[in-house]
Design a protein around this ligand. Sequence first.
Ligand SMILES: [Cu+2]
Length: 681
Amino acid sequence: MKVFVLCVLVASAAAWPSFSFESLSLDGFQSDASGAPLAKRQQDVNHLLWKIYDNLHFDDLKGYASSFNPEGDTSMYKDGGEAVHHLVKEFKDHRFLEQHHWFSLFNERQREEALMLFEVFMQCKEWDCAVKNAAYWREHMNEGEFVYALYTAVIHSDLGHGIVLPPLYEVTPHMFTNSEVIQKAYTAKMTHTPGNFHMEFTGTKKNKEQRVAYFGEDIGMNVHHVTWHMDFPFWWEDKYGHHLDRKGELFFWVHHQLTVRFDSERLSNYLDMVDELQWEKPIEEGFAPHTIYKYGGEFPARPDHIQFEDVDGVARVRDMIIMESRIHDAIAHGYITDKDGKVIDIMNDKGIDKLGDIIESSMYSPNVQYYGALHNLAHIMLGRQGDPHGKYNMPPGVMEHFETATRDPAFFRLHKYMDNIFKEHKDSLHPYTHEDIDFPGVDIESLGIEGELKTYFEHYEFDLRNAVDSAEGITDVELKAHVDRLNHKDFSFVADVKNNNGGEVLGTFRLYLCPDYDNNGEKFDYTNGHWHCIEMDKFWKKLAPGNNHIVRKSSESSVTIPDVPSFQSLIDAADSGSFDMHEFERSCGIPNRMLLPKGKRDGMEFSLWLAVTDGKHDLTHSNGDPEHGGTHALCGVHGEVYPDKRPMGFPLDRSIPDRRVFDETTNIKFTHVKVYHEGHH
Ligand SMILES: [Cu+2]
């Protein structure tokens, strides 16, 4: 019997990494598939990423780097060596970017090189092939390209299952902390003095934007953002093994949620919500990043109130406006034209997915030639405004890296601009009717909070040892940075839901938190408030006939992830020989400690919304665990279809011209709550 169960799991485990089957030996099972036990694979990844700018520190890997011939035995590759021949040829032709040079994914050639290595990893049949290639290419390719290829391969390859990628802020700390901290770390290392340095947020009190810098510069939020873009890369093609379900819609939804969260943080700090960026108008906020590349000098700054300039070799401002108007046209027409001139209707639930694909734009875009790449080009345009003609030979700006982009207040302006385009489309769809949102026989009798909605700032330490160089024979000193992070007290959502149907039904629980007032104290109504709602959670629960008392803990939210384990703890766990940390396998998701917006000292008013809809209709998986777990709301389920059939943001995503439709629906309820902030921030 046990054997049979295992077979079933083997079939589904290839696509689903975070199932909880603790009772079975995860380790033993996975070593069959990859040829190496999980603890060994984790240890290899740790060692490969340790001191990425030094040569390898570990003897086994050093051995591979010097003696392994990637083309020696092509039977270890699924494609018979095609990808590796390509990579080796480019290397022998001396076409590779040098080491000790910055890397940006938005640089086409650099991305191409990183993807050549990614493809080799993806073609490896077993772990042995992957680790030998990794060790070899780590010593021959640019470090940034290597890290990117390794991260994305671990995420997407079957060989990566169970591996927990170390937090990027401890692998490449330069991209997450400021130059002041980095300089102190260098000095400490030189003088062999341990150090723990306070990381300030950029700007001074003279700059109002500084009040919300804790959000855009939060290292966990930055990891979420960069990881989302690794989980759903714009360059992804299905030839790599699977289709990324609803990638375009997720692109909209994850950035919409970043935008509305940022807006609620602004309201918490007595700031107006963000205004959209416009190509013809000055970029109001400048930005001094106080961030330095490991190699390549300081990130360029941008003064206040500058007018957009054409960027040589990238795009003209005019091109951006043309692209934008073609997208507006598609929305007004209600259809997209693909590259063969075929019409794709977008006046339905699926339209947003297509629109996301063309706006980003990703390889899924049906017509890049015509609709261009609004989002990606805008990132580069903004990143280069400090040196648009390359006169000063500046490296890429913070906007040109997903790790650093949210530091710049213009990031949120740019995303508000794109968010408004998505809104235009959502507003063009017919509003939901009573039938669309109704769950007959299900009434929400009460909704509330157990515990208090209280936020505070805490001190958090992370490791800086990987920021500085080492030499053989010289021991490392302890180097740390500490930073303030937003956190909240634990609480639970509670609801009483009555099921008047004769038998058990499955409910989809959709929870939102929506600010009640704008910064002028003007109350939001249904018409203008629904678009600012923060998704708090989405989960499935069986409802027995009669009353159901539902308690859902804040820590269980499917939009968030628990705190990422430190690099050192991953090293210790892997070195111990048994490794099982699959609850940390995905680092895409809002840090759980940031589930709530900061709120105000005397309480900030929000509406808490709950919609319980028919799970039988909503859930894509008729079998298996209906609750899923993980961070499916913003990040989907690895290698599987998105668990919820409804549009993301349902039922608050479309315009609500008549509130009676909602008021008269008994499976939707809202209540007023206050979010308190403790402390003086
Ligand atoms: Cu993004």
